[in-house]
Ligand binder design. Structure first.
Ligand code: IPD
Ligand code: CA
Ligand code: CA
Length: 263
C-alpha cells in the first residue's frame, strides 16, 4: 500500500495490482512461447489489451466521470476535467523477449495539469507514486532525485532508436557519442516509465529520449517533479505532452545534460 493515502492513489494502486496479476501470469506463458517458431507476438498483444481493459474497467467503476487517454484504445472524454493517461504494458519489447523489466503506468490529469502518477513494476513489486504537493514514494520510502552534480560520476538512461522508429534523423548517434564521452554509465532499459521513476528514485542521475508518447511519461513526470527533479524538452518550452526530446535530471545535471544534447 503506498504511503500517500489519498482516495485517487488507492484507486490507481488497486487497478494496477489487478491488471498486474494477469500480466505476471501472461509473462510466465511468454517465457514458454519464446522458443516456438511463431513466437509470442499475438499472445503479447492480447495480454496488453487485456491489461488495458482491466485498468479501464476498474478505474471507470471507481471514478465514472473521469476520462481516459489509453495507448491501445485511444480517448474517452472526461465529464469533470479529470483524465487518466495509461500505458497498460510499458516495455512490450522486453515482455515479448522474456526480459523481466516492464511496468504499468497511470497518470492523472486535471484540466491538463498532472496531479498524480503511479508506475508499478509487478515483477519487483515496486510501486512508484506521486501526488501534487504530497511528494513521491517508492513503496514506503520517500523519493528524492540524486544529488550528484558531476557528469563524470553519473548514470544516465536513454532510449535507442530502432527499426521503423520515426526519429532516426534526430541526431541520436551524435548525442550518444557526446554523452558517452562524459558519463560514468549509460543504460537503455527499455521501459520509459521506469526510466523516469528511476530518476525520481536517484537510481539514474538523468535520462533523455526523443519521441515518447504521453502514456509513457505522464506518471514519470510527476514522480520526478515531486522528487525535486527537472523536466524539460530539448526543443524549448512546451506542454509536457507535446512531442520532442524529454530531458530529466536533478537541477545541476539537467543544465549540463541539456547543453551536451543540444545540437
Ligand atoms: C516503449 C518503451 C521504451 C521506449 C519506447 C516506448 P511500449 O513503450 O517505453 O522504453 O523507448 O519509445 O514506445 O511500446 O513498450 O509501451
Ligand atoms: Ca510505452
Ligand atoms: Ca505499451
Amino acid at each position: 500500500m503506498p504511503p500517500i493515502r489519498s482516495a485517487n492513489i488507492n484507486v490507481m494502486d488497486q487497478a494496477a495490482r489487478k491488471a498486474a496479476r494477469h500480466l505476471i501470469r501472461d509473462f510466465g506463458e511468454v517465457e514458454q512461447l519464446q522458443v516456438s517458431i511463431k513466437g509470442p507476438g499475438d499472445f503479447v498483444s492480447a495480454a496488453d489489451r487485456k491489461a488495458e481493459k482491466i485498468l479501464r474497467d476498474e478505474l471507470s467503476r471507481a471514478r465514472p466521470n473521469f476520462g481516459f487517454l489509453l495507448e491501445e484504445s485511444g480517448e474517452v472524454p472526461s465529464k469533470d476535467g479529470h483524465r487518466w493517461i495509461i500505458d497498460p504494458l510499458d516495455g512490450t519489447t522486453n515482455f515479448l523477449h522474456g526480459i523481466p523489466h516492464f511496468a504499468i503506468s497511470i497518470g492523472l490529469e486535471w484540466r491538463g495539469e498532472l496531479i498524480a502518477g503511479l508506475v508499478y513494476d509487478p515483477l519487483k513489486d515496486e510501486t512508484f507514486v506521486a501526488e501534487k504537493g504530497a511528494g513521491a514514494f517508492l513503496n514506503e520510502r520517500r523519493l528524492r532525485v540524486s544529488k550528484r552534480s558531476e557528469l563524470s560520476r553519473s548514470m544516465i538512461g536513454t532510449g535507442i532508436p530502432v527499426l521503423d522508429w520515426p526519429g532516426r534523423e534526430k541526431g541520436f548517434a551524435a548525442q550518444l557519442e557526446r554523452v558517452s564521452d562524459k558519463v560514468a554509465g549509460l543504460r537503455r532499459l527499455g521501459t520509459a516509465s521506469l526510466d523516469l521513476a528511476y530518476v525520481a528514485a536517484g537510481r539514474f542521475d538523468g535520462f533523455w529520449e526523443y519521441g515518447l508518447k504521453p502514456w509513457d511519461i505522464a506518471a514519470g513526470i510527476i514522480l520526478i517533479r515531486e522528487a525535486g527533479g527537472m523536466v524539460s524538452h530539448l526543443e524549448g518550452e512546451q506542454p509536457w505532452s507535446d512531442p520532442g526530446t524529454l530531458v530529466v535530471a536533478n537541477a545541476d545535471l539537467h543544465t549540463q545534460l541539456t547543453r551536451l544534447l543540444s545540437p
